[in-house]
Design a protein around this ligand. Structure first.
Ligand code: PMP
Length: 323
């Protein structure tokens, strides 16, 4: 992966190579940062890049920052505009990923959250699949347990808690699986290393509730709405047992990175028929059309990056008349 050309840092879009942090940076030493992850989708016919649910991602980002007592000094709208400005500078004409980060930038030894200086950066890179086997992943139950709300809250996208995700994912990859499922301390399902999960049994969909140590995923919310409104399925948020997965008709991951990925084998057992099922297949079609701005009903979730010619002309005229 090549490095980005630009980054939003210290209040403006700058050359990525000019954005540096020191070795003593608190977040680098102690994981005291939070982040977001958004996707931009290229729509070939419209020659337009759409960012999916930009406002919702930044709302959650600011909540994660609040958990760390970080006041970024930016509003949701300001962060959204900074992202669009950065994407325009980068000029992607392909699918991409956006990574905002708020971090304790103090360069001193000592662990605490209060009265600490923070910084904010945004970078964007071209991005394809996060999990290769999106049409049929083989996963395992991790021997690790999910971080608990009373240790590091999973509902915030807190950098330090991704060491837990890294342990989970690494062991799964080294054992030859595509991903892992992870249980809570009480033995119920929480999520994947960086994905929420849904289980379909007897025509009802279920996903772990937000008190089961999961990230409150934006895609999870999107999927719940689509399952209910478009596919006409009941969706339950509840605790899920490990063996419900083994007996499910369909299981899938969802998340900004993974998008919607069918899980077709768990611990060498086939899920349902062992192939992607009809609900996941329908949901994937709807989701991929939605994120590229092709579903009128959900078009409000897609923010266009590039200005249309008329908007460009009036923006230039406004600048000219201000001169
Ligand atoms: N859980 C974890 C631990 C994650 O890192 C992610 C990816 N952000 C998700 C779930 C999915 O969240 P979202 O749909 O908001 O991307």
């Amino acid at each position: 992966m090549s490095l980005p050309e630009y980054a939003f840092f210290k209040g403006q879009v700058r050359k990525y190579q000019d954005c540096k942090v020191g070795l003593l940076t608190n977040a680098l030493n102690y994981g005291t940062a939070c982040f977001a992850g958004l996707r931009g989708y290229w729509n070939e016919e419209e020659e337009q890049l759409y960012v999916f649910r930009v406002q919702d991602h930044f709302r959650r980002f600011l909540k994660s920052a609040r958990l760390l007592m970080i006041d970024t000094g930016y509003s949701v709208d300001e962060l959204a505009s900074a992202t669009l400005e950065l994407l325009r500078a980068e000029g992607h004409r392909e699918d991409c990923y956006v990574r905002p980060l708020a971090f304790l930038s103090v360069e001193a030894i000592g662990v605490k959250l209060n009265d600490m200086e923070s910084s904010l950066s945004i970078v964007t890179v071209p991005f394809g699949r996060y999990v290769d086997a999106e049409e049929g992943a083989h996963v395992t139950f991790s021997a690790w347990r999910r971080v608990d709300d009373n240790a590091i809250p999973a509902r915030g996208k807190i950098a330090g808690s991704y060491v837990n995700s890294a342990f989970i994912k690494t062991d799964a990859l080294l054992a030859g699986f595509d991903e892992a499922l992870v249980l809570n301390q009480d033995g119920h399902l929480s999520e994947g290393s960086a994905e929420n999960i849904f289980v379909i049994r007897d025509g009802i969909a279920a996903t772990p509730s937000i008190t089961d140590n999961v990230l409150e995923g934006i895609t999870r919310r999107t999927v719940m709405q689509m399952l209910r409104d478009d596919i006409g399925m009941e969706v339950q948020e509840r605790s899920i047992d490990r063996t419900e997965i083994y007996l499910a008709d369909e299981v899938f991951f969802c998340g900004t990175g993974v998008q919607i990925a069918a899980i077709t084998r768990v611990d060498y057992r086939s899920i349902g028929t062992g192939k992607m099922g009809p609900v996941v297949s329908e949901l994937r079609d709807l989701y991929f059309n939605t994120v590229r701005g092709k579903e009128d009903k959900y078009r409000h979730w897609c923010t266009p990056v590039y200005l249309m010619q008329e908007e460009q002309a009036s923006a230039e005229a406004a600048i000219a008349s201000a001169d």
